[in-house]
Design a protein around this ligand. Sequence first.
Ligand SMILES: Cc1cc2nc3c(=O)[nH]c(=O)nc-3n(C[C@H](O)[C@H](O)[C@H](O)COP(=O)(O)O)c2cc1C
Length: 237
Amino acid sequence: MTAPNAASIAAVDHAITSRMSARAFTNQAVPRELITEILQVASRAPSGTNTQPWKVYVLTGAKRDELVTKVCAAHDAIAADPEVGKQYQAQYDYYPTQWVSPYIDRRRENGWSLYGLLGIGKGDRAKTHAQHQRNFKFFDAPVGLMFTVDAIMGRGSLVDYGMFLQNIMVAARARGLHTCPQAAWNDFHTIILPMVGAGENERMVCGMSLGWADESDKVNTLHTPRVPVAEFTHWID
Ligand SMILES: Cc1cc2nc3c(=O)[nH]c(=O)nc-3n(C[C@H](O)[C@H](O)[C@H](O)COP(=O)(O)O)c2cc1C
């Protein structure tokens, strides 16, 4: 055991607090060894009875590009005819079916901040579609990660999964890389899962973009707020 010291505290805190959802990446390739190292560190995440319910598909090169082309085409088809969207439904409710305050307020603020920063006005459907489609290009990141879980597992596995995903994002930051976790991909599991060779028992948890952030792109200047500790913490004594 290493005793806590200012440098280790600062290093861990920096990796955590410098994590943000990057939505523009450079095309600089990420070496396979580096991705493996990040996944290895991340796999130290705890999970109930050490079930380790994660399974990761790493997409790079031609396969990544093929997936991007296919999902962008499906996304365009939905825009042209919303009926088509019925074919593409996520396998679990990531978001509530009914939005209430304060979550809806935070969600709206998040959307307005992002679209405001990019100069996309309310009702500008073409620009909104294009920005949303950036998800399906992995925001130009050279690496796309797809995460699945076995359908037999309970809801607790999604709790375990969150820790694993956060570990990936923090380990990536420690190495200078950035990420964007993405539930947007979930609707397109019928395209993604067969393409990566997932079994019938696998369900999409989410996707994630991984790479070096394009620091010159203003989309990456978005700084999201957080509710103060005093507001979400109740001291019972
Ligand atoms: C599981 C998960 C899925 C997400 N899905 C998307 C997504 O599909 N597209 C996107 O642009 N951001 C997505 N986000 C990013 C959130 O919008 C972001 O985490 C939140 O606004 C806080 O901002 P920050 O990550 O920069 O701190 C997702 C985040 C999580 C944890």
